[in-house]
Each structure stands twice: as structure tokens, then as C-alpha cells.
Design a protein around this ligand. Sequence first.
Ligand code: GAR
Length: 191
Amino acid sequence: MKKRIAIFASGSGSNAQKIMEHFKNNEEAEVTLVLTNNPEAYVLQRADNFEIPTHIFDRSEFRDTDEIVSLLRNLEIDLIVLAGFLWLIPKNLIEAFPNRIINIHPSLLPAYGGKGMYGDHVHKSVLSNKETESGITIHYVNEHFDDGEIIYQGRFKIEPTDDLEMVKFKGQQLEHTHFPRVVENLLKKMK
Ligand code: GAR
């Protein structure tokens, strides 16, 4: 049976798009479901384009019930991928999918991680500290923000002339190149 991926995303979903493209005609795995807390998220449109079902939830469903755990279990999800998902993952979900939830973060963790450090906030802090390099981290998810075991890090140089858009672009290029590949490698190692 094909391995089954669920993607959580809160916004645009460009990383989700790359993963959906990567597994579109894949023999080994598929994206089974896309979940979001944001009914306006563009990722919903992207999922529709691939004819992948979606599920929209609110904070109380996510934090106070087992509905999402049940949904993911019923669909026999093997791997949960957080691709620009901004809420902390509750304990029941982490316990139900041990070592099966991964996240991507736009910095070289542990630098520029933690609550409030997401998207442009990360790149702006990196630039204001005049860093000469930054990067991306793909890691396992635990109950703290940006804290689980690191699976992959990729780096890029920051030139003195680089602005927010350029740093963001360099980070995004790395994310789009490596995230689908890392997901595929993890799935191959799973029984
Ligand atoms: C990505 O850059 C991802 O690393 C970041 O959100 C962006 C989502 O972009 N995630 C975090 O900051 C998590 N703390 P996308 O919606 O275009 O994939």
C-alpha cells in the first residue's frame, strides 16, 4: 500500500505545492489530506488543483478534542508534514504519531526559533543582526516550538546587499528543493 501523507499549512502553501507535485504520480506515496486552521489559506486552492481533500478546523477542535487524531488514524496517515503551519501541536497528536510529525523552519535552528519566530519575522531578525548566513531546518516536532530533533539543515550566504525579499527567496529555494526529497527519504525508511 502507498504511504500516506497529511500536510498542515496555514497560509500560501508553496511548500505544500512542491510536496503535492512531487508525489502526484509516485508509486510509493501520496498526499492524502491537506489540513488548515485558516479558511482563507491559499493552500486550499492548491490542494483543490491536485484534487486532494481538505479539512478546515478551528482552535477548539484542534486543541480540545480528538477529532483530528481520529481523522488521521482513520485515513491511516503515515507522516504528518507541517508546511508553514503556525499553531503549536497538541500533546494528543504528538502521542498518536510519535516520530511521524515533521516541520520546516526558515532558519538554522536553534537560532531564530521559538514562539513568534515564523516567516518574515525570522528573516527580518536575521537581517537586523547582520548575519552573513542563514538557512532552513527540517526537524521532528515535539510539544515546543521549533525544538525537535533535526533531520536536515541547508545553508545560504547573505550578501551585504541582500534585502528581505532576497533572503526570503534564497530560503524558499532551499525549502522547495529539499523538503520533498527529505519527506520521500523518511517515508522510505518507515516500515
Ligand atoms: C516557510 O518558509 C516555512 O519555513 C515557514 O513558513 C513558510 C511557509 O511558506 N514556517 C515557519 O516559519 C514555521 N515556524 P509556504 O506557505 O509558502 O510554504
